[in-house]
Write a protein that binds this ligand. Sequence first.
Ligand code: ADP
Ligand code: GLC
Length: 498
Amino acid sequence: LAMSDIFPVKPNRPREETRTSKVAVRQTGQMRVVFATAELSPVATVGGLAAAAAGLGAELRRLGVDLDVVMPDYGDVALVDETTMPLEVPDWVGSATIRVGFHPVVGRLHLVSVPGMARPHPYLQANGEGWHDNSDRFFRFARAVAAFIDRDPPDVVHLNDWHTGATLAALADPPPTVVSIHNLAYQGISDGSWLDRIGPRAAHYEWWGGVNPLSGALALADRIVAVSPHYATEIITPAGGFGLDEPLRNRGDDLIGILNGIDSEMWDPAHDPLIAAPFDAASLDARRSNRTALLARVGLPDDDVVLATVVTRLTHQKGIDLLAPLVPLLAQIPMRLAVLGSGDARLAAQLHSLVTEYPDTLAFVDGYDEALSHLMFAGADLYLMPSRFEPCGLTQMQAMRYGAIPVVTAVGGLVDTVTDADVHRDGTGFVADRAEREDLLAALFRAERRVRDRRRRSAIQKRGMAIDWSWHEPAREYLALYGELAANPRIRSESSRR
Ligand code: ADP
Ligand code: GLC
């Protein structure tokens, strides 16, 4: 597929050449996209947004997009061949600059600096609470991104999540814009005083007397992308819309779902320096060494009892609390569970105390540990994801790629990626209907019975491993969307009733 098939070549906009000429070499006809995100692996990682932004960005560049990845400057990131430019922003923002240069892993990168942005963690203090000035920080960031867009408008703007949402308030006539929803549970709602500041289109951001950076972006963007097709159907219902279901419903066909991918080079069991023994679908027996290494690492007995793992942020969303009452029952299935997780201190404390009570059944590693996460997928028999909601979820795809069979709830992207092997001939895992103890327990029982049968087990593993979870297709879908918008900037889909 050539770039010109999807994107009609049009004359380049005249571009001031001086500022970024060292790093911005653009070919004629190339589409330029400003892609704004609060997280990007490996520069700043909190959750899946970082991996998704990095994976999609890299693939879009491979497809020929001239992509300006714009993110907050949290400090301490060294770029090579760096240029710093001032951004023209209103007084309330303070001084805003953007530095552009090359990052050794992500390539060309734009880092926006505004007062209060540089912090050791993008959102959280050391005690796990959010920084008290997070609204200010990201309103400033969004305003600076708007200034960056204004000084040299790209063909398309792509915003991600609430942190970038207020960008559109400041732009009276922005380029065609896409906003991706990675997680509707976070909206960055703040007090109404901001409405006087954020820009000429602030009225769209008014939300029950306050200001909601996400709702405004959902109203003003030309297209909205949910990070999985099923999530796109859930968020227009009161149960899944976190209060935004009605405005989302009103956008009709402007809301679509595009399933995330994973970085298929980073997540490749045949060439993974972070696991004990490489393997592929033809050498599944080699997983045994990884299993042994994992059990030793987490301190569980190495025998034939089925091992399930979890790799997660510890939050309500992920349903980890639902596992607590199941732990005493696991020995009866029988099954062991190893959890790698970081986040909510109370959930961590609950897991620690369960480990004390059931040391032969449960292991818990408290923290964010990328190296260990690879072994958790490479050595597990089952991979458990009891999410209450899950916009897309990356770990079930990472698990399947490594032959760990997923046991998931029927929500969000999990519906799009896992099919139940007891229901479908070509099933890839086990699905619990609801995020409830009973349903999860039943799914674990079923899964344990199946994976004890070696032939059935390897058939399920191989199906999961054969699926292309890369960004290859998803990036093409985004590119097609960009192309459509760049060709017909202001045409909203007919069903949009805004
Ligand atoms: P979310 O973004 O909701 O946290 P995702 O499944 O989309 O969930 O993405 C989480 C990403 O972070 C995955 O790449 C996963 O491997 C990684 N991850 C999550 N928790 C941990 C952890 N405790 N240690 C290492 N990696 C983790
Ligand atoms: C969010 C969601 C997760 C999704 C990720 C990347 O963090 O919780 O389900 O995979 O964003 O889009």
